[in-house]
Design a protein around this ligand. Structure first.
Ligand code: SF4
Length: 396
């Protein structure tokens, strides 16, 4: 009992999660999130979930801070809720891939006893035999290659697990089958479990959108969850467009970047210059934008210096804190929901009509203000070159 109890921390997708951690696994998701995000674990959890998504978006093979504590169970449950709420197949694939690959690597380090426990928990008909069986012999240039294993799986369970993997060598006919069992090495079996875990996470994408909207409204009442969700969306929006127009958009001394700012940024900066008050969301957004553009600390503070309630010491502290945290600015979607998108007011063509993506061969909408800047900078850099280019920048 205690073996599988500990294994569940490593592999929260095991069925025994519901038995040994029923207090969290069987709870209403809203109650679970409410409790977990109001506990002292909240900060650590948010960081680890965010790191996982960032690793996934960066196409890293392995989750960088995967650990086998109880938090790992909470992360898995939050992950499932997030994937459900985000409802984005490409994003889910990225996350499911990194999560399942990490699972595979961890599984391969398990001893045979633990593997046997895991297979049993999954109700797989896998038999372990003390004495390894030789199931394949290949002779190549007088060298003999012998494959042995202590594991065999019933062909029905093998087919269930392998059905989504299309490689020829996984077909039943290409495997050693005897008396209804497929002889298999643990790494190959673990590769099938990797796929099982991947599919489990992808299953979060199947739903009716009306139910999803209602559920999301309730989820967003949990402030910490909403912040986490918005940050993930912002990073993802930025990532999707990345590398198509690769230019360095960071601050350079003496360079006037205001020409390439989108309306949402221009509006807030001009309000600040006029000494108008800024609402909290506007302040956060502009602070995160300038920080993302690597504006020097004193220049960021000076942007706020014209505000009616400016307090240099307080602002300096907030700026330092934001720099340390490295928050990602809101995406266009979030800015629209905060009514901070100024595309219509400024009649900005790029914001209103989008741009033609050469990479995707389609017209796309601007999804992130930082991408707007990147695109404008790219177009400006092309225009300063004498030679002709094929860039379709008619909307810029
Ligand atoms: S479309 Fe995006 S970049 Fe353009 S103004 Fe609106 S929020 Fe800003």
């Amino acid at each position: 009992m205690s073996d599988i109890y500990d294994l569940v921390k490593r592999y929260p997708w095991l069925p025994s999660l519901k038995t040994y951690y029923s207090n969290i696994a069987l709870r209403n998701p809203l109650d679970f999130l409410n409790e977990i995000f109001s506990s002292n674990k909240s900060k650590d959890l948010k960081n680890r979930v965010l790191n996982l998504f960032t690793d996934a978006f960066n196409n890293i093979e392995q989750i960088s801070d995967y650990s086998f504590d109880e938090t790992n169970i909470n992360i898995y449950l939050i992950l499932r809720i997030l994937l459900y709420a985000l409802n984005d197949k490409i994003l889910s694939n990225r996350v499911a891939n990194i999560y399942s690959k990490t699972t595979y690597n961890v599984l391969n380090k398990e001893n045979e006893y633990n593997l046997d426990c895991i297979y049993k928990d999954l109700d797989l008909e896998v038999n372990y035999e003390e004495k390894p069986t030789v199931y394949k012999k290949i002779v190549l240039k007088s060298q003999e290659e012998i494959s042995r294993t202590n594991f065999k799986i019933s062909f029905i369970d093998y087919l269930k697990l392998a059905s989504k993997l299309k490689d020829d060598y996984r077909k039943l006919v290409n495997n050693a089958l005897q008396h209804g069992y497929v002889y298999i090495k643990p790494e190959s079996l673990n590769r099938l479990l990797q796929e099982h875990v991947r599919m489990k996470l992808l299953a979060q994408n199947i739903r009716e959108s009306t139910n999803l909207d209602v559920f999301k409204e309730k989820l967003f009442e949990i402030q910490e969850f909403k912040e986490l969700y918005d940050t993930i969306v912002a990073i993802w929006e930025l990532k999707k467009d990345e590398f198509e127009y690769t230019v360095d958009i960071t601050f350079k001394e003496g360079q006037d970047m205001s020409k390439v700012f989108p309306p949402c940024i221009k509006e807030i900066l001009s309000k600040a210059q006029e000494g108008q008050n800024l609402i909290h969301t506007e302040r956060l957004f502009i602070l995160w934008v300038l920080n993302a553009l690597k504006y020097p600390e004193d220049k960021i503070i000076n942007v706020f210096s014209t505000l009616p309630d400016f307090d240099r010491e307080k602002t300096a502290y907030q700026v330092k804190y934001a720099i340390k945290k490295g928050y990602t600015p809101y995406s266009c979607k979030s800015l629209k929901s905060y009514t901070l998108c100024m595309a219509n007011k400024y009649k900005d063509k790029l914001c209103l009509n989008g741009y033609f993506s050469k990479k995707l061969q389609e017209q796309r909408q601007i999804s992130h203000p930082l991408f707007y800047i990147q695109y404008k900078q790219f177009v400006a850099s092309i225009k300063t070159k004498p030679e002709k280019t094929n860039l379709n920048d008619k909307d810029a």
